[in-house]
Write a protein of this length. Structure first.
Length: 263
């Protein structure tokens, strides 16, 4: 009952971005597709009522989503030493580190507002460990083991403009985010997951994707991308209960996510 009372009194922040045709997506992943499959009036009952329906297609790393540990490999190996070639197939996906085995997340969440009130960060900003530590200290925010740490760059403000949000240079997105030093600072706190409001949770372009390799492959820390952190930052909510559940995609390397912050 105490938990129910806490939930009843909490403000709920929706941290997911909306899906729509033409929405931003990383060039490595397929776009979001949508169509109505039945409109009202196509069929109707003798009493005059009808129903409508639709169909969607999307990549598992499109929109607000979580990366499983099988999303990246290094030297042919997945996190934990699994040989990637032995645990994957086009038809079945992966057999280890799959999306359906990412349990629902109910954890302490922390926001690090790297953008502040000055607008979105410039595309060439790399967030080092020292910079992240400075932001946390300035907010009076402590980071603990098992936390979900979300970094605001302000780029959620570009979500309705796919060209600006992806900011592709020679086919590769360009934008702000943690560098490897920043990722090591995060992993040094023993966190459960790290997320941001960008299409790629690191300073990009980065040919070798060192932050993804360090967090997913080396450290077993999930990555959450394409979040909407604007309302949290506006209200200066830096600590909250983070609740989210990935779609149970059997064999999936990641999954769409509808994250909520309760504060």
């Amino acid at each position: 009952m105490e938990l129910l009372n806490l939930a009843r009194d909490a403000r709920v922040y929706d941290l997911a971005q909306p899906y729509f045709v033409g929405m931003p997506h990383h060039p490595s992943h397929p776009p979001y597709l949508f169509s109505m499959t039945k409109k009202h009036g196509d069929m109707h009952s003798p009493a005059g009522h009808s129903s409508a329906a639709d169909a969607i297609a999307l990549g598992s790393h499109v929109g607000t989503h979580i990366d499983g540990f099988g999303h990246f490999s290094c030297g042919g190996l997945l996190h934990g030493g699994h040989v990637a070639a032995e645990v994957q197939s086009y038809g079945g996906g992966l057999t280890v580190h799959t999306a359906e085995h990412i349990a629902p997340i109910v954890r302490r969440g922390v926001l690090l507002d790297a953008a502040g009130p000055d607008g979105p960060l410039a595309e060439d900003v790399a967030l080092t460990g020292a910079r992240l530590a400075e932001i946390a200290a300035g907010q009076g925010t402590a980071i603990g083991a098992g936390d979900v740490v979300l970094i605001r760059t302000g780029w959620a403000q570009y979500w309705e403009d796919a060209t600006r949000y992806i900011n592709a240079v020679s086919g590769a997105p360009s934008g702000p985010g943690p560098d490897l030093d920043g990722a090591r600072w995060l992993s040094g706190h023993g966190i459960f997951a790290a997320g941001s409001d960008t299409v790629a949770f690191e300073r990009v372009p980065a040919h070798d994707m060192p932050v993804h390799i360090h967090l997913l492959y080396e450290s077993g820390i999930h990555i959450i991308e394409a979040l909407d952190l604007e309302a949290l930052a506006r209200d200066r909510v830096y600590e909250f209960l983070f609740v989210a559940a990935p779609l149970k995609l059997r064999g999936g390397t990641g999954a769409p996510l509808r994250p909520l912050a309760l504060a």
